[in-house]
Design a protein around this ligand. Structure first.
Ligand code: TRP
Ligand code: SF4
Length: 400
């Protein structure tokens, strides 16, 4: 039976913040109930940009797994693993590299964008250029059909689909497919064989659908062809091949956009984050010092919530009653900004309480965390190996 399989990964580049929680993890929590889910620590991907600080990877990886578990990712429902502990990702990456045109990689928009954004780093490396291909291997090796990612990752998904099509087109054939096709064409006799060839070219080169229809009925008329030959010739006709690595679909996330402390999207690179496990005093201080509507210089100046980052937090966290109170109080100067911020502090702390509790449990029992990940890696290795068997066979590498 076919089951939908979801795969997603995150790079272990530091503690997770509320942006990850609202933008990604809450979505994972919903997905794990519905689908077979694989969530992994993309430690090799972290090295493509952080190769100069490898000492942090291990600690960040464990912290991130604890963040996931604390957020409610359930190891009984989802498989959690670490990329570098499933070396077949690297093998598939290598094999895919044989058929990956350089231009495809150079044209992935994140390549130039990130190089410009992280200009203090030298990202003119082979590893960084290969980032999207490694991501393709991550996805294709599990034959995952659904990949939940944010908008920023859409080009990587599109690239993965193109690689899968190219792979299937080149390798999704019997090893001696061309020779068998040739023999089958001979069986048709020279006149029909020649006609078949012409029609095929007209369809494949000019997209002439009538040629396709005519070629199909020509095949049906052939008395000398057995069913297998007919199947080969109709596949050949359409340039079709066997699917070894299915094309994944992007699962568009309806996750909420988490505003940062300054009103921009919450992101580490903007320095506007609140940590998932940040302590209460620090959270309160960050909210208290958040900018507000610049027009409210004095307490007596009325404000406009639309011009205030705090309002974005109310939209995410507050009830309709509280939001009315804000609208009323702000526009009439009836409440002060500190007063207005208080329910936000409380809402974040309330949201955080069960997360902190679970985190504490896992922090106190690192052996348990390791066990979850070890089991996840075993499962992932098994699944990856199933695909790699087919891949090696298709590439003529299945010899002892
Ligand atoms: N590139 C992703 C990110 O930065 C992480 C990632 C690596 C990933 N491999 C993946 C996500 C495979 C989904 C599927 O967020
Ligand atoms: Fe912003 Fe609230 Fe102050 Fe209005 S009262 S400016 S919404 S913090």
């Amino acid at each position: 039976m076919f089951v939908d399989r979801v795969l997603s990964g995150m790079r272990p580049t530091g503690n997770l913040h509320l942006g990850h929680y609202h933008g990604v993890l809450k979505n994972w929590l919903a997905l794990q109930q519905r689908y077979e889910c694989l969530f992994f620590v993309a430690d090799w991907h972290a090295l493509t940009t952080h190769y100069d600080s490898p000492g942090m990877i291990e600690q960040h990886s464990w912290e991130m797994v604890i963040d996931w578990l604390a957020a409610g990712v359930d190891p009984d429902q989802a498989t959690l693993f670490i990329q570098s502990k499933v070396p077949a990702h690297a093998e598939l990456y290598l094999l895919l590299s044989m058929i990956t045109p350089l231009g495809w990689l150079e044209r992935v928009p994140t390549y130039k964008d990130q190089q410009e954004k992280l200009s203090e780093k030298d990202l003119g490396t082979y590893g960084f250029l290969g980032y999207p291909l490694l991501q393709s291997a991550d996805i294709l090796i599990y034959r995952a059909n659904l990949v939940p990612v944010g908008e920023d990752q859409a080009p990587h998904l599109e690239f993965t689909r193109e690689i899968s099509r190219r792979f299937n087109h080149i390798f999704g054939k019997e090893p001696d497919f061309e020779a068998r096709v040739e023999q089958a064409i001979k069986k048709m006799g020279s006149k029909h064989g020649k006609r078949y060839g012409e029609l095929r070219s007209r369809y494949l080169e000019q997209g002439d659908e009538n040629a396709l229809v005519e070629a199909r009925s020509l095949l049906l008329e052939q008395q000398n062809l057995n069913a297998e030959d007919r199947e080969r010739l109709s596949g050949y006709l359409e340039g079709r091949s066997k699917v070894i690595l299915p094309e994944p679909q992007t699962l568009l996330t309806q996750a909420s956009r988490m505003p940062g402390l300054d009103g921009q999207k919450m992101s580490k690179s903007y320095g506007n984050t609140i940590g998932l496990r940040e302590d209460a005093d620090s959270i309160a201080k960050k909210i208290r010092t958040m900018p507000t509507d610049p027009a409210r210089i004095r307490r007596s100046d009325p404000g406009n919530p639309e011009k205030c980052p705090v309002w974005q937090f109310h939209q995410l966290y507050s009830s309709a009653d509280t939001r009315n109170w804000v609208q009323q109080g702000c526009t009439s100067a009836g409440i002060g900004c500190l007063e207005c911020k208080q329910p936000i502090v409380q809402a974040i702390l309330d949201e955080q309480a069960p997360i902190l509790e679970r985190a504490r449990m896992y922090e106190d029992d690192p052996a348990q965390v390791r066990k979850i990940v070890t089991e996840g890696c075993e499962k992932a290795n098994q699944l990856a190996e199933e695909t790699m068997r087919d891949v090696r066979t298709a590439l003529g590498l299945a010899y002892p």
